[in-house]
Write a protein that binds this ligand. Structure first.
Ligand code: SF4
Length: 254
């Protein structure tokens, strides 16, 4: 029986990388995140019938994946040094986004992060030629990424008791474009050395099943989806609020 979860209170192996530059804080790596595949829910998600030859093939793939998977995350504790109208300076790096700036009104401490399904699963899946099985492998990698994000959230909660955390990702809104991804990676030193996630020249993360962002404490929960009108998005986490930008984020007249 496979179970997809990160047990609460599970001991996550934490490695720390000391930065010898100025007052920069350590980055912290979570690289011992338990990953168990719930085969029943995976079969339901992929619309496979128990006992079928496809289901047996999926079980074989899931066993292979579970044996090698190492989802990971890296984060650091960073401090806001100053705030402008449409930017914040975090550990010496200027992040330009009006929405992020407003969301950080009450914050002094943030948690930049990168989480990933891991290079192990990524390399394993790249050897699969069959298109359907490749899609199944992608689904497994998405599960691993979700588990990494869940482990990171629980770790931040346990270690810092920050209250309610929201997060923003560069590129999720025109207000915080994908080009800001470079700054986020710079804040974290070298996510490639830490957890194997590389940023290409075209700003794509490799492995593709990786996510980067900033977690921050908020009294009122925020999700970028509230400001995104895209219809039928399978990743939507909150309804679109047509008037939110004007109510909360539009700069006032000078
Ligand atoms: S609705 Fe979809 S595209 Fe828009 S921010 Fe949410 S997840 Fe991203």
């Amino acid at each position: 029986m496979f179970v997809a979860s990160v047990p609460l209170g599970s001991a996550l192996l934490v490695r720390q990388f000391d930065f010898a530059i100025g007052l920069a804080m350590n980055e912290v790596v979570l690289d011992s995140i338990p990953f168990h595949i719930d085969l029943d829910s995976l079969m339901r998600k992929l619309h496979l019938t128990e006992g079928s030859s496809s289901a047996r093939e999926l079980q074989r793939l899931a066993s292979e994946a579970q044996a090698i998977a190492k989802p990971k995350a890296v984060y650091k504790v960073a401090f806001i040094e100053s705030k402008g109208e449409d930017h914040v300076v975090v550990d010496g790096i200027t992040l330009t986004s009006r929405v992020l700036r407003v969301n950080l009104e009450q914050a002094h401490r943030v948690f930049p992060y990168v989480a990933t399904c891991g290079t192990e699963l990524d390399e394993w899946s790249s050897s699969i030629d069959d298109m359907l099985q490749s899609y199944w492998a992608d689904t497994i990698k998405e599960m691993a990424l979700r588990v990494a994000m869940q482990a990171l959230s629980e770790h931040l909660e346990d270690r810092f008791r920050p209250g309610h955390l929201s997060r923003m990702n560069p590129g999720s809104l025109p207000d915080w474009p994908i080009q800001e991804q470079r700054k986020l990676f710079a804040l974290l030193g070298s996510p490639k050395d830490a957890i194997g996630v590389e940023l290409t020249k075209s700003l794509i993360m490799v492995p593709l099943k990786s996510v980067s962002g900033i977690s921050f404490p908020t009294e009122v929960g925020f999700a970028s989806c509230q400001l995104c009108p895209r219809e039928n998005c399978p990743g939507r986490r909150a309804p679109y609020d047509e008037t939110l930008y004007d109510r909360k984020y539009r700069p006032g007249p000078n």
